[in-house]
Design a protein around this ligand. Structure first.
Ligand code: ADP
Ligand code: MG
Length: 259
């Protein structure tokens, strides 16, 4: 499904990624752990087209996607969230979710809510608009925002804003869902619930075919992942089943007394 092949990324003199290779199979949940600064967000930025790698390539379903725009990669079936939120504060929860969907439908042009109806008409699709709304509402229900559709984003708690970002991504029904620390700032209990919910969406094939999840809580990652990759200093230092990764001496040395 997704292949990351010998990816390198340097910024000026800083090497953020150094020959990173791994794959994510169809239906697989791959968890990513590693200390701060180990390159996790940079890797996601490369995979999703926000950075052009200085070496290597990324393939999705056999097609090279590295070097393409974020919008093109989204249309190819990858949806992501950001470690730092990217929401429109003045808009409602439902409109933020719909805006993400229209952005894909229109090839990346950002639209204000009043324009959305016109575009829905322009693509000839009341039905399509209804389907989008249903998909948005369904995604918002799954993350626990079903009763806050008309809330303005600025009025939401930080945890609810994180939930909304996740809903925006899953509403696109991507082939690969890429999440960068989706639970940062949440209580342990809320974080557990949310991550288990997303993993179950993938396991049941309900809303995404594969999941690539950066999450700093090792226990949770080991619980929900089919495979775990470990980053350290811009390199991939372990890749395997949760039990073997947990027992890996390099992983233990990173996490003993660590985060
Ligand atoms: N746009 C950038 N310009 C310069 N350096 C960057 C940029 N993005 C990331 N880096 C550097 O790359 C390294 C990895 O950062 P990052 O991918 O954010 O790590 P993580 O997400 O694992 O905490 C850090 O040294 C960081 O300073
Ligand atoms: Mg990061």
């Amino acid at each position: 499904m997704l292949e990351v092949d010998s990816i390198a990324m340097t910024f000026g003199g800083v090497t953020a990624l150094d020959g990173v290779s791994f794959s994510v199979g169809e239906g697989e949940v791959v968890g990513v752990i590693g200390p701060n600064g180990s390159g996790k967000s940079t890797l996601i930025n490369v995979m999703s087209g926000f950075y052009r790698p200085t070496g290597g390539e990324v393939r999705l379903g056999g097609t090279v996607i590295s070097g393409r725009s974020p919008e093109a990669i989204r249309r190819a079936g990858m949806a992501r969230t950001f470690q730092n939120l990217r929401l429109v504060e003045e808009m409602t929860v439902l409109d933020n979710t719909l805006a993400g969907m229209y952005l894909v439908a229109t090839g990346g042009r950002w639209l204000t809510p009043s324009w959305m109806a016109e575009v829905a008409g322009a693509v000839g699709a009341r039905r399509r608009a209804r389907e989008m709304r249903a998909s948005a509402q369904d995604a918002l229900g799954k993350v626990g925002l079903g009763d806050k559709l008309a809330f303005t984003v600025g009025a939401l708690s930080y945890a609810d804003q994180k939930r909304l970002e996740l809903a925006r991504a899953i509403a696109l029904r991507p082939r690969v869902l890429v999440l960068d620390e989706p639970t940062a700032g949440m209580s342990v209990e809320d974080a557990d619930t949310l991550v288990r919910m997303v993993a179950s969406l993938v396991e049941t094939g309900a809303q995404a075919l594969s999941l690539f999840l950066v999450e700093h809580r090792l226990e949770l990652v080991l619980e929900v992942s089919d495979r775990v990759v470990v980053m350290d200093g811009g390199r991939l230092v372990a890749d395997g089943e949760p039990a073997s990764v947990a027992a890996d001496p390099r992983v233990r040395s990173i996490y003993v007394g660590g985060e």
